[in-house]
Design a protein around this ligand. Structure first.
Ligand code: PGA
Length: 254
């Protein structure tokens, strides 16, 4: 059975005091799931210091596709790794929608992050309009085939890939996909990874994201093809994060 993941995406939130409070109220000592957090890049060193004995992996919410150079305001994957962080997100819907990041750029970022040695959570998901027009599968297939184009055919790269399915209409809206909707999309993604990209989809963790919270996590996490959650709002508080980790650590009936 694949291990479950709780990945917090803190977006542009938290400060020194709230991070302090997060760790004071965090209780994941008995959690057996993977517990990861992507804070603002500026907070990565603070989190690495705070997590101390807690088994948390720290990552970045985005990276630049270049190693270094005149790219004011950007963060290099090399610098993220150098600080001691281990993963990054690529293609979050807020990067796609607000910063207009397209397939080619995201593909470059993915290749760069993997080459540098960061585990990469590649995010995909349809808008409400696309879902209502029956385009969900076409959109997911397009995002996967273009974003993962020329994916390196080696074991190390495959081991560094995680996919997050985040329907745009469920992000930060409180409107969560039903377990059936999420499972259907995950099943499609897993099959697409094998058939279109020749990746052994069986071993790649697939996370669901979009308004996950302690009250709805179990029904999502017990789905066959849902290996974990990418959580925004509900990952900001130590108590909620701990509850999510506890739920993800339970043996699930499939
Ligand atoms: P949300 O965000 O849990 O606040 O909906 C999820 C995400 O954007 O990763």
């Amino acid at each position: 059975m694949r291990k479950k993941f709780i990945v917090g995406n803190w977006k542009m939130n938290q400060n020194r005091e709230s991070i302090e409070h997060f760790f004071q109220t965090l209780n994941i000592d008995s959690a057996t799931c993977e517990t990861w957090i992507a804070p603002q890049a500026l907070h990565i060193p603070l989190l690495l210091e705070k997590k101390a004995k807690k088994q948390i992996l720290v990552g970045a919410q985005d990276i630049n596709e270049n190693s270094n150079g005149a790219f004011t305001g950007e963060n290099a994957a090399e610098a993220v790794l150098d600080l001691g962080a281990t993963f990054c997100l690529v293609g979050h819907s807020e990067r796609r929608a607000i910063y207009k990041e397209g397939h080619d750029l995201l593909n470059k970022k993915l290749h760069h992050a993997l080459k540098v040695g960061l585990i990469t959570i590649f995010c995909v998901g349809e808008t409400l309009e696309e879902r209502n027009n029956g385009m969900t599968e076409a959109v997911l297939k397009n995002q996967l085939t273009k974003g993962l184009k020329d994916f390196p055919n080696d074991e190390l790269s495959a081991a560094r890939l995680v996919i997050a399915y985040e329907p745009v209409w469920a992000i930060g809206t409180g409107e969560v996909a039903s377990p059936e909707q999420a499972e259907e999309a995950h099943d499609f993604i897993r099959k697409t990874l094998s058939t279109e990209l020749d990746l052994s989809g069986e071993h790649i963790p697939l996370l669901y994201g979009g308004s996950v919270k302690p009250s709805n996590a179990e029904s999502l996490l017990c789905q066959k093809n849902i290996d974990g959650a990418l959580v925004g709002g509900a990952s900001l508080k130590g108590e909620d994060y701990s509850q999510l980790a506890e739920i993800a650590s339970k043996p699930m009936k499939l």
